[in-house]
Design a protein around this ligand. Structure first.
Ligand SMILES: Nc1ncnc2c1ncn2[C@@H]1O[C@H](COP(=O)(O)OP(=O)(O)OP(=O)(O)O)[C@@H](O)[C@H]1O
Length: 261
């Protein structure tokens, strides 16, 4: 762990673990506040894609901070062995926990989605595509405020730019990513649409027993609204879902457009 981190923060218990590092609660005597510190072990990054993602995570989070719906970064420390990101300490509740408990009612789902889309629109305005929008990466506080986190898969985007590489999580990943095509920031809108569907239905729209089967379902993109589940969901919500989970990228709404619906 970098010496400069140790001299500024006191590290406490581990609160989470990712593929390349651990998240611990930490305290800053100078600000008298608690934070979350992600320490990424560089020796675990074996391929160049992972190494790029390591640098990107801290860079993008710093660029996008502060924003009310994005986990804020306060400090970044690096030495030969590790990279440490000191960020806002979120409560240990995500949208995933809410969905697992019960399907979310339409009013609550709309309130969450508005904040998720506000965060995504901020990313896109700054030329960043998150690429891993999913319920597990959406933190909630006790007042149901949303904080989008985990920029470990993010990349640059923009009008003239497209990006490539299969990243993301099977249920939420857009078909153009599965196809291995170049894609743009609208992959985040597809994923946010899948999150909205999953909130309302309690199940994802594209399902399979294996990753390959999930990908096949995503590629078919056959969006259904079973009456049993969607009886109480408004036509406006279904219309928004169709326009977000739309295979034709040029017809798919942007995050800004989805916000105005
Ligand atoms: N800012 C935070 N505040 C509180 N807890 C956090 C924070 N960031 C991450 N965590 C906790 O740490 C866990 C691991 O987070 P992290 O972003 O490193 O990995 P991941 O998203 O699970 O996996 P991956 O390594 O694939 O990105 C999260 O699931 C969450 O429980």
């Amino acid at each position: 762990m970098p010496k400069s981190l140790k001299s500024s923060y006191q590290l406490y218990e581990e609160i989470g673990r990712g593929r390349f590092g651990t998240i611990s609660r930490c305290f800053s005597p100078s600000s008298n506040d608690f934070y979350a510190c992600k320490v990424i072990d560089k020796s675990l990054l074996t391929d160049s894609l992972d190494r790029d993602c390591l640098q990107n995570e801290a860079k993008f989070m710093t660029l996008l901070s502060p924003h009310p719906n994005i986990v804020q970064v306060f400090d970044v420390f690096e030495d030969d062995e590790s990279l440490s990101i000191v960020m806002e300490l979120c409560e240990p509740v995500t949208l995933y926990d809410k969905i697992v408990q019960n399907p979310v009612c339409e009013t609550t789902a709309a309130a969450y989605m508005k904040q998720v889309l506000t965060a995504i629109a901020h990313c896109h305005r700054n030329g960043v595509v998150h690429r891993d929008i999913k319920p597990e990466n959406v933190f909630l506080d006790s007042r149901n405020r949303v904080k989008l986190g985990d920029f470990g898969s993010a990349d640059w985007s923009g009008d003239e730019r497209t990006t490539s590489g299969v990243v993301g999580t099977p249920y939420y990943v857009a078909p153009e990513v599965v196809m291995g095509r170049e894609y743009n920031e609208k992959v985040d809108v597809w994923s946010a649409g899948v999150v909205l569907y999953t909130m309302l239905a309690g199940i994802p729209p594209f399902y399979g027993e294996t990753t390959a089967e999930v990908f096949e379902a995503v590629l078919r993109g056959n969006l259904r609204f079973p009456t049993r589940i969607f009886r109480s969901v408004s036509p406006a919500a279904k219309d928004l879902l169709r326009k977000m989970i739309c295979r034709d990228v040029s017809r798919r709404l942007s995050a800004e457009q989805a916000l105005s619906k």
